[in-house]
Design a protein around this ligand. Structure first.
Ligand SMILES: O=C[C@H](O)[C@H](O)[C@H](O)COP(=O)(O)O
Length: 232
């Protein structure tokens, strides 16, 4: 069984949480993409749901599958968001944003009664931080914001972590759907995720960060052809 099979198994299992009439948030990334594909099959069979996508990429996929879409302006409260993650720890705290969609993902998750994460087994960690933490920042003042992000890391016991501007395949700064840049922080380990989250949001140029704390209540892990469910 490949990681791709495990992602697919978790994505299919997540359909068990989807009920007719639900307002859903649709995540972004290679795992969420498999859920959207599986949901598209159900919609084609008559399932009645309405969905808010967390990225232009997911919006395009869902539209191509004729999944009914809405916005948080028209539908400000959602029942369930299904999304992937870059890391999940034992307390169901997450690092997200590897695909650059963390801001919309967090807004959509926060608007949802429940957040279900789907992932292959490699995403489960004892301690958050091996995956570089994405921090979304406004382009104005980038140099100054980068120094303050580095200082916030040091203040939280993460010394000397490289804070790297994410670039696209052409070497230009990667631009998010919201028109922002991303700083990837190579923490290696995050001793106190809550303290770091507080320190990062206090920086004026920081729009959002990839620590999702207290948002996810259920995780479906695909591993070796099986799925298992973790709950908060
Ligand atoms: O910005 C991207 C998202 O947070 C993704 O959900 C996350 O990076 C996991 O992606 P994947 O399922 O491709 O590993």
């Amino acid at each position: 069984m490949s990681a791709d099979d495990d992602k697919k198994a978790a994505a299919r299992r997540a359909l068990e949480w989807v009920k007719p009439g639900m307002r859903l948030g649709l995540g972004t990334g290679s795992t969420a993409e498999k859920f959207v594909a599986a949901l598209g099959d159900k919609v084609a069979q008559g399932l009645d749901v309405v969905c808010v996508p967390t990225s232009e990429r997911t919006a395009a996929q869902a539209a191509a599958l004729s999944i009914p879409l809405t916005t948080l302006e028209d539908t400000p409260q959602l029942d369930l968001t299904v999304d992937g993650a870059d890391e999940v720890d034992g307390a169901l705290r997450l690092i997200k944003g590897g695909g650059g969609a963390l801001l919309r993902e967090k807004i959509v998750a926060a608007a949802s009664t429940s957040m279900l994460v789907i992932a292959d087994g490699s995403k489960l960690v004892d301690r958050l931080g091996k995956f570089p933490l994405p921090v979304e920042v406004v382009p104005f003042g980038l140099g100054a914001t980068r120094i303050l992000v580095g200082r916030a890391l040091s203040d939280c016991g993460i010394d000397g972590a490289p804070v790297i501007l994410r670039t696209d395949t052409e070497g230009a700064p990667f631009v998010t759907d919201g028109g922002h840049y991303i700083l990837d922080c190579a923490c290696e380990a995050i001793p106190d995720a809550e303290a770091l989250a507080d320190a990062l949001v206090a920086i004026p140029g920081v729009v959002e960060h990839g620590l999702f704390l207290g948002l996810c209540d259920t995780v479906v892990i695909g591993a070796g052809g099986e799925t298992r469910v973790l709950t908060a």
